[in-house]
Design a protein around this ligand. Sequence first.
Ligand SMILES: O=C(O)C(=O)[C@@H](O)CO
Ligand SMILES: [Mg+2]
Length: 254
Amino acid sequence: MPRFAANLTFLFAELPFGERCAAAAAAGFGAVEILYPYDTAARDTRRALLANGLELVLINAPPPNYTGGTPGFAALPGGEDRFRYDIRRVLRYATELKAGLIHVMAGQSDAANAIDTLVANLQWAADAAPEQSFTIEPLNPTDKPGYALADFDLAAEVLARVDRANVGLQFDSYHAQMIHGDALAVWQRHSSRISHVQIGDAPGRGAPGSGQIDFPALFAAIDASGYDGWVSAEYTPATRRSADSLGWLRATMP
Ligand SMILES: O=C(O)C(=O)[C@@H](O)CO
Ligand SMILES: [Mg+2]
């Protein structure tokens, strides 16, 4: 069975941030991801992780843009300076938090050279921090209209062009199902380049079992592929308490 992590931006969001690590550990998770850890001093987050015996799997780049605007700059021609500034800042957090992965968000762009820009920026980040692993994640156009990376096959082409061992594909079952209509088929097509997994059902982005995805088949395929990273629960619980949405986890664990 996969090793499951909790995404603390989605799960346990009913609790103050400082209490989420303890709640995840109490629910049986061994690792967490925090999409935007930038509002809390890194040493406080690190302390909470250590106190609860949790590994930090992943954070997102860039920090949120509080004035609104594009989610990320990696695919924005002309945004290279901002991209590099953000990556340097995220690297400081990742180092202090010992975050295994940084998800680099592409941003919204329909420029003809958006993908060329994405490739060049990812190469820059990969070379600037060769010890750090990065991911890219296709996001579905219903939730993120205009996002420059909205297709897993395109993401595979981008990774082939980037050609760096420390940049991989982030497979999110919710986005895979929304974009391509068959998350399992996407897994089978791209498992060799996947370095991180997130799960949520589709449509609706609820807990596994709430939608169309065959999670027992997906978990079996993940195991059969030899993937040994974390599988992070990234869904919106339908229950008031996130802990009450974990029936799928109890059913999955032996
Ligand atoms: O929305 C998702 O799915 C994510 O994993 C986020 O990192 C993107 O905001
Ligand atoms: Mg995701």
